[in-house]
Structures are given as C-alpha cells and as structure tokens.
Design a protein around this ligand. Structure first.
Ligand SMILES: [Zn+2]
Length: 682
C-alpha cells in the first residue's frame, strides 16, 4: 500500500478504536475492527507493467478496452451512466471495471479522461437519498432527478459493479468525493433493503451480493462507520447462501447432477465464480467462525474436482457442467474467478488461491480473446479441435449457435464488456503490501513497482522477467539509502525447489507451495534473483487423459488453423476456425512415466524486457516436442471430440497407428485450436 492508503487504514483503525472508547455524553455503538488482512492491495498504477505485459495492456488500450464506448452502440448511444436515456444496466460499469485500472496502469491520459466522465457523472448526480446511477423510468418521465427511495429505485446489481469502479478510482486518485458518496449510498441501502431487498428486481443481485459486501467492508476499513457493519450483516443475510453451498457440499453434489431449471442461477458459472468469495469476504467481520474460510477451501476443491479443466477453470457452459474436455467455460466466469481469487489472496493469504489465480491467468485467459483484443469467445472448450457454430455439449444452447465462435458480440455481450478486468486486475494484483510494512510479489510478470515501505520510505523495484515462459525473475531494488523491510515471494506449488540469489550469490533454497519472506536491509541496486526450475510433468484429467505441463503453463497440441470470417444477422461479425492438421493423437505411456526424458523443450531466447505479443501459435516462446501416435477411431462426433475411454490402468485399448510422429505442444494460452487432454497409449 502507498503511504496514503496505509494512513487511511490507520485512520480506520483509529476510528474503530474511538468508536469503542467510552464517550461522556452519547456512547457510540460498538463496532470492533475487522480481522487483519493477510495482504493489502496497492493503488492501481503503483506497479507499471513492462515487457510482454505492457504490450498486452497496450493492445487492449488501442482496441476494445480503450474504444468500446465509441464502437459498441449500447455504450455509445445516449449512455444511461452519463445521464442519457440509453442503456443503464450492467454493461457500462463492467467496461469501466477494467478500463479504470487499465488507464491507471498505463497512465494513459485519453483513457483516464474518458473514464473520468462516467465517475464524475455518478458522483455529481447522487440523489439526496443516496441512490445513484442512471435515471429511473420515473425520472426519465419527469425529466429530472427525483429523490429515489426503496421500490422506486432500480436493480441493485449494476450499482454493485459501479461500486468496484469507485473503489479502484479512489485507490488510484484519493478523490475526496468518493468516501462520502459511498457512505451516503450505503446508508440508503441500509434504510431501503428491508423494503426493497436484494431480490426485489433480479436474482443477479442476490447471487452476486458478495461483491456489494466487499466494498462495504472496504469502506469500513477507511472510515470505521459502525452502520456499515449492520449493513454487512443484512447483505449477507439477503445474499445467496454461498457459505453453506460451498462448505456443506450438498449444493456441490446437486449442482453436479442437475441441469434443470430449478435454482439454475445458483449453478450459473459466473454466479459461482463471484459467489466463491462471499465466505471469506464475510469472514473479515467474523474471525471467530473458522467455517467461513473452510467453506471456500472445501468448495473450491470440490468444484475443481467435479468440474475442473486443465487450463485452471471449472466448466461453465453456462452452468457447472462436469470435467469432460468437451465442455466449455464462459469468459466472464474466467475473469470473475480471477477477481474472487485476488480477493481471497488479500483476505486469507492462502497460497493455493495464488497458484490457482496464476494458472487461470496464464492458461484460460489468453486463449479466449483474439490477438487484437476485439473478438472473444463466449465459451472456450478444453479440447477445442474446431471453432464453429453449433450447440455442442453446452448446457445453454443459444438459438443462433454462436457460443463457441470468436466475435465482438457472439453468444452474449456480457463478455464483450466484462473481459477487460481480467488482465487489468491481474496486473494490479502482482504486488501487495504486507502487514509487516513490507512488500509481497505474489504473481510474477514484468513490471516496475513504485511505492513506500515502512510507511514513508520510497522504493522502486524493477521486476525483470519473461515469466511465465522463462524460469527466472529478477528484482532490482532502487532506494535512496539502505532500508530494512521484508520482501515476500511466492514459490509456486509446481516448483520442486526454488533458488534465491542475492547479487548473484546463492542466498537460500525453498520448497514450492509457500510464500517465503526475505527480511534484510536492502541497499540501492540490490538484485534478488528467483529461479523456479520448470520441469516437464503431466497431470491427470477426465477419463484418464493426460496434460503436459511445464511451470505455470499447460501445453496443448499445436494444430494448423484456417480462419474464416462471416456475419450473422443479430450478432454481427464472427470467426470460425477449421483444423488443417490432424489432432487425434495419444501420448505414449512412457511420457507419463518419465516426462523429463521423453520430451524436448525448446525455449526461444527472449530478452528480459522483451516487448512482443507472445500469446499466439506463431509467437509461442516455448515448444515441447514428443513422439505420439494417432487414434484412427477418435473423430469428431456432434462437433466435439468425445474423450476416448480407457480401463482403470488408464491406457487406451483401441487401435493405434503404428507410425510414431513428432508432436509439437505450445502453451494452451497461445492456442485457438488444440488438444490439451490426451488419451494415453501403450
Ligand atoms: Zn459473459
């Protein structure tokens, strides 16, 4: 955290303490402090992306993230969030939720000015009651703002997204208008939830109430206002009971078995992705309830066991839908799971969530958008041997069959507007402040961090790396004078043993699956090197299929692609992709038994600051080659590649071609067509 954030946190602690102090005239209600956080978020923009990450974010700025308000009619025309009669739903706040952090990460003046208009309009047009947002239907008829109360308002849900926008805007700017604005709105919520509960207008508000609660507790840490605790209890009571769902397991089992219309909102992949965080968000106010963090541990493991796919996500097409590699995942579920894990990291500090976040960011996320960040898939499929129109094995077949193709609007437009938070928030959550006045690098990517340690001592740390492709991360510390502070580093669970060097000299070695802390007096120009050896390994998936992995990346068979552009009347421009090379290969058992000696890894030498775009098949910086043989019977059926069955020994018993061919695997995130989960052959 920078000094201002830390100062405001201290003020909140002080306010919370004062609220407990005996007052002479009128005692204030008791409002104890929230549980300490494991880590503290830094201001968006404290770390500036460099290298490949900067390139990724600049592409977003130059394309859809920076220009969606000019190209997408729903945002462009008479926008409700700027006071117009146009769309006042979730889509504009969704876009801002990624565009605001992106503007600060890149310190991009045009984008900063663009997003500021929406923030300013919301702040300037808060009703006297505390309600905010686009004009209600009654206000539009009246032609001016009214003092909206209770059922006169409109759905809580789009406002929940805007709360996250306001929080990030405040973290970046300390705009003095934000805390009073949020305080006034939350007073409005407390007064009105009894007559207009979360479920008043939509089930979205009920299933996603945890995001509302997150900002209530964040504000409490800033101001210590006791009423926020009461509001927190009310929101938790009215929200979907994700704690019981995740912790008590009956819901998980029922959700795995049922595809009915009953309670479908509770199996909807994006709702689940967002609901995951609720138990630990609420745990901030109830550290006496160990079942709260346990609910997330249990639920996350159960969901990934029943629905997990190799790229780190659970199936969500659009309900939770099992672990077969023919299943899909919605892009909104990807970015919302990432956000939930970023918040779980702040609150709990537990390393499995940090590893899970990295796995999604570096595998599931990059594959689902085109190189220019203009088109995306609604559903990505694990073993995606073609990209085509159809309904396939999805649980929600839209009538146009557009869920799997790439396009700006194909499938449903939530992903068009919500996808921007994925990379942007990952980039603002590489570094955290620690309670010990130090810093923690919990996700690795090239960037330069500028912040304070020990309250007020400025420090700059250049993180030089080609991670996740390369296996070394260098931290170059820039200080005016020697300063003691702890520097925490995550050693991923996949790493058998990490080596840490200081100025080129071995300092320590550490096993994977933990956060290590190096507490010392840092001197100007100190260079700390983290080496994370990336041995090739395999992991086990549905029907005894196997995935090649190396470090944080999972690898998939490279398939030659032919792209075709078309138009659909309602959903516009879209792309399909046809395979031009065979995909029906098996992985020999010898590779599973000894991946290190049966595979060849070729890593393209990239300079530490390499600024290219690497998330496509042509530019993939790492290739793994391995001998494999075809399974003639493994063919498309209903547009998908049904996973071959095997007996318990896991080895396919059908016909296998005699000829061994050299297969090339590239990072899953660099593929559009792929086989990631392969049958094992003799
Ligand atoms: Zn979506």
């Amino acid at each position: 955290m920078n000094s201002l954030t830390r100062a405001s946190w201290c003020l909140a602690s002080l306010a919370a303490l004062l609220s407990r102090a005996p007052a002479a005239a009128q005692p204030l209600p008791v409002a104890p402090p929230l549980a300490p956080l494991a880590y503290y978020e830094l201001a968006p923009g404290a770390s500036r992306p460099t290298g490949w990450l900067r390139k990724q974010l600049e592409i977003m700025r130059d394309h859809s993230t920076g220009h969606l308000d000019e190209t997408y009619p729903k945002l462009r025309d008479h926008n409700g969030w700027l006071g117009g009669p146009g769309d006042g739903g979730e889509e504009t706040p969704y876009w801002l939720d990624g565009a605001v952090p992106l503007a600060h990460l890149l310190q991009d003046k045009p984008l900063l000015a663009k997003v500021q208009r929406y923030v300013d309009w919301a702040l300037a047009n808060q009703r006297p009651s505390g309600y905010f947002g686009p004009l209600t239907k009654a206000e539009q008829q009246a032609g001016h703002l009214l003092d909206v109360q209770g059922p006169q308002g409109e759905d809580w849900w789009p406002r929940m997204v805007m709360l996250k926008v306001m929080q990030q805007h405040y973290q970046a700017t300390h705009d003095a208008r934000v805390l009073p604005f949020l305080t006034k709105y939350f007073r409005y919520q407390l007064a009105n939830l009894p007559v207009a509960p979360l479920s008043q207008w939509s089930e979205w508000s009920t299933t996603r109430g945890g995001d509302n609660l997150l900002i209530v507790y964040w504000l409490y840490r800033q101001t210590g206002e006791p009423f926020l605790r009461e509001l927190g209890e009310r929101l938790y009571q009215q929200a979907t009971p994700w704690t019981a769902y995740l912790g008590q397991r009956n819901w998980v089992m029922a959700a795995a078995a049922n595809q009915t219309g009953e309670h479908w909102m509770d199996r909807h992949g994006v709702n689940v992705a967002m609901g995951l965080k609720l138990p630990v968000v609420y745990a901030q106010a109830h550290p006496e309830q160990p079942q709260l963090p346990q609910a997330l541990r249990t639920g996350w493991q159960d969901i990934m066991t029943l629905h997990g796919l190799p790229a780190g996500m659970f199936s969500a097409d659009e309900d939770l839908h099992g672990n077969l590699p023919t299943q899909g995942t919605e892009l909104c579920a990807v970015v919302e799971t990432m956000f939930s894990l970023e918040q779980a990291a702040v609150i709990t500090g537990e390393t499995p969530y940090l590893d899970a976040l990295e796995r999604i960011a570096y595998n599931a996320l990059p594959t689902q958008t085109t190189d220019d960040y203009e088109s995306r898939q609604y559903f990505q499929v694990a073993n995606q041997v073609q990209v085509a129109r159809g309904v396939f094995d999805f649980s929600l077949p839209f009538e146009h069959g557009m869920n799997n193709v790439f396009g700006p609007y194909a499938g449903y437009t939530c992903c068009t507007v919500n996808m921007h938070q994925g990379w942007a928030k990952f980039a603002t959550h590489l570094w955290y402040a620690t309670p010990g006045q130090g810093l923690a690098a919990l996700e690795y990517a090239p960037n330069t961090l500028t912040t304070n340690v020990n309250g007020t001592v400025p420090v700059t740390i250049k993180e030089e790396t080609t991670y996740p492709f390369g296996d070394q991360v260098d931290f170059v510390v820039d200080l005016k004078r020697p300063t003691a502070f702890p520097l925490a580093l995550r050693v991923p669970a996949w790493c058998a043993e990490a080596t840490v060097l200081l100025n080129g000299q071995p300092l320590r070695t550490d096993k994977g699956g933990q956060v290590i802390t190096i507490a010392r007096t840092w001197r100007p120009a100190d260079r700390l090197t983290l080496r994370l050896p990336m041995a090739v390994r395999t992991s086990n998936w549905a029907r005894n299929s196997r995935t090649l992995e190396r470090g944080p990346l999972v690898y998939a068979l490279k398939i030659k692609e032919q792209w075709q552009e078309s138009r659909q009347a309602e959903e516009g421009r879209y792309f399909t992709i046809t395979p031009l090379s065979p995909w029906n290969y098996g992985l020999p058992r010898a590779v599973v038994d000894d991946p290190a000696h049966t595979t060849t890894v070729a890593v393209k030498p990239l300079a530490a600051g390499a600024t290219g775009f690497y998330w496509n098949a042509a530019n993939a910086p790492v290739e793994i080659t391995v001998g494999g043989r075809r399974l003639p019977a493994w063919q498309l059926d209903g547009g998908v590649a049904p996973q071959p069955v095997t007996p318990r020994d896991g080895v396919y018993k059908g016909d296998v071609a005699a000829a061994t061919e050299t297969l090339t695997f590239i990072p899953y995130g660099c593929t559009k067509l792929r086989v990631v989960a392969l049958p094992v052959i003799p």
